[in-house]
Design a protein around this ligand. Structure first.
Ligand SMILES: *Cc1c(COP(=O)(O)O)cnc(C)c1O
Length: 439
């Protein structure tokens, strides 16, 4: 397992994160346990800000909070001076309760409800990323009701889709998100936005994919959006002040994953924008980006206790842990790959190939297939790395399994960021309606 951030193997042969012995953490907080390396989160934030400062552009780095959203995380992002993307009333509420400055919040989503829009208008967020004509009209109307003007970006689909190592150019963008550029829909959205009294169009947004390992897709998107900005200026005499190129910067889950340094992505984006718009003497807009996974992902490690072991000689050895698809849905959802180690015997040599199974009643509840570890025994502490993004965020109560606690570690100190759910929590909203009594 690759050791990210402050993770290391200590003198006891234990995994240590943020100066805290992982085995001690499990004694104190129980398992499964999400452990976040706060130093690593902060360093990631700073690397984006530093990279942008070198470009000379005006910028905002907005953490896409859907990757991992808690009050503590919002606070760390706030302290690092980043902005914040939310995609629901729940994420917005979390940020506001954590004291996050509303003017640095951007609201995404392809079907924001009336209540969500009203809530966002009431706290006066920085901008809405408007996804469709229905929302544009609704927002204009709701802002009008409140006598305010809503700042917006229009989410457009530039016909670029990026996945990991390659990007594809898709003519007709088949996606539920955004206004299609190719068909003229995006142009119509800009045109229409400029006519609405309670809408202030700041610029454009695009998000081309996720877990991207090269700069080609970002450059292609920057290029197409820049051309579109020029077209809009020529046809509508409108000059945008913001160009948001979304998130999707890759991280290293396993050895094959080779993300570029943050700088490489930012510099590629910045030079594409500067060159294309500069050539046409377009006043350089603020460039915004929205990293989610790349800020939270590598900082998270999940600690489990090993229980049963089922050996099918010549076929497979299943090692079951006390969590699974309830705390990490990604392997079951899209065959996501992870690495692991035995946190209590991290210095021992590899001895056997095992498959790590979760405890849920689904055959597909396997966390890692065919992975080499030292001889595993019940009671061992298994650490799965890189679970910080879309792990806790997608956690659920399947089989009525309580969600694990979240702990932040830094400089040898550990602190609860989210309490472990209890069985009481599990039944808290259950009712036994009397009129349904059957006997
Ligand atoms: C999901 C999402 C992001 C973050 O993506 P990551 O792959 O986690 O960096 C950013 N912007 C938008 C609009 C998204 O939907």
């Amino acid at each position: 397992m690759y050791l990210h951030g402050t993770s290391r193997i200590n003198q006891q042969g234990h995994l240590e994160i943020g100066g805290c012995d992982a085995v001690e953490l499990t004694k104190q907080y129980g398992t499964p346990l999400y452990v976040y390396d706060e130093e690593l989160i902060r360093n990631k934030c700073r690397s984006y800000v530093e990279a942008f400062k070198e470009t000379g552009l005006q910028f905002q780095v907005a953490y896409a909070s859907k990757a991992f959203c808690t009050m503590k995380m919002s606070q760390v992002i706030m302290e690092e001076g980043l902005s914040l993307d939310v995609v629901s009333g729940g994420e917005l509420y979390t940020a506001i309760q954590a004291g996050f400055p509303p003017e640095r919040i951007h609201f995404h989503g392809n079907n924001k409800s009336i209540e969500e829009i009203q809530m966002a208008l009431d706290v006066n967020i920085g901008c809405f990323v408007v996804d469709n004509f229905y929302e544009l009209e609704l927002l204009n109307e709701l802002a009008g009701d409140k006598g305010v003007i809503a700042n917006i970006l229009l989410r457009v689909t530039p016909g670029v889709e990026a996945h990991t190592h390659d990007y594809i150019s898709t003519g007709q963008q088949d996606t539920k998100f955004g206004f299609d550029m190719g068909s003229g829909m995006a142009f119509e959205a800009v045109n229409h936005s400029l006519l609405l009294n309670h809408i202030n169009l700041l610029g454009l947004h695009s998000h081309i994919g996720s877990q991207i390992f090269d700069t080609t897709g970002f450059k292609a998107a920057a290029e197409r959006l820049s051309h579109f900005l020029i077209e809009i200026r020529d046809r509508l005499q409108y000059t945008a002040s913001v160009l948001n190129l979304g998130g999707g910067f890759g991280i290293r889950y396993e050895e094959e994953d080779q993300p570029l340094p943050v700088k490489a992505y930012i510099h590629a984006i910045a030079s594409a924008v500067k060159q294309l718009l500069g050539e046409r003497s377009y006043p350089l807009p603020e460039v915004w980006i929205e990293p989610g996974r790349s800020i939270a992902g590598e900082a998270g490690t999940t600690l489990y206790t090993v229980g049963s072991v089922k050996d099918l000689p010549t076929i497979r050895k299943y090692v079951s842990v006390d969590g699974g698809m309830t705390d990490n849905l990604r392997p079951a959802l899209y065959q996501a790959k992870y690495e692991a180690l035995l946190a209590n015997r991290a210095d021992e040599p590899a001895a056997e190939v095992v498959t790590i199974a979760g405890k849920c009643c689904e055959s597909g509840d396997l966390l890692i297939k065919d992975y080499t570890l030292p001889a595993v025994q019940p009671g061992d502490i298994l650490a799965v790395s890189c679970t910080g993004a879309y792990g806790f965020a997608m956690a659920n109560n399947y089989n009525r399994i309580p969600r694990p606690a979240v702990v932040f570690v830094r400089n040898g100190q550990s602190d609860i960021a989210v309490e472990r759910e209890t069985y009481e929590d599990i039944i808290q909203r259950d009712r036994l309606p009397s009129h349904c009594t059957t006997i």
